[in-house]
Ligand binder design. Structure first.
Ligand SMILES: [Zn+2]
Length: 102
């Protein structure tokens, strides 16, 4: 992913974290990313953890990479789900594997 895209997603993820923290926990978090991370880490909530995970991957520069095949996940997919870890084809494979009707 291009670095300009990475920083765009960085903003989106931090914004989403702040929204979650303020709506669910009544916390007003300053713009400082460390504050947001600190606040998020105090709560054991799956969606917060997912966003923190996404943020860490942005910092490592590997955000948007499928965790299985390492191909890029389409930006549209990431926009609709900031926590997406799988590319569409791996997603399909995983869904078929875990679908009990198969
Ligand atoms: Zn994949």
């Amino acid at each position: 992913m291009k670095s300009e895209d990475l920083s765009k997603f960085h903003e989106l993820v931090v914004l989403r974290l702040k929204e979650l923290l303020s709506s669910r926990h009544g916390l007003t978090v300053k713009d400082n990313k460390e504050d947001v991370l600190e606040a998020a880490s105090r709560f054991d909530a799956a969606d917060l953890n997912e966003l923190v995970f996404a943020l860490r991957r942005i910092e490592k520069g590997i955000y948007g990479q499928c965790v299985i095949c390492r191909h890029d996940i389409p930006v549209d997919v990431l926009k609709s789900n900031l926590n997406a870890r799988l590319c569409p084809s791996c997603e399909t494979v995983m869904r078929e594997k875990t679908d009990p009707s198969n």
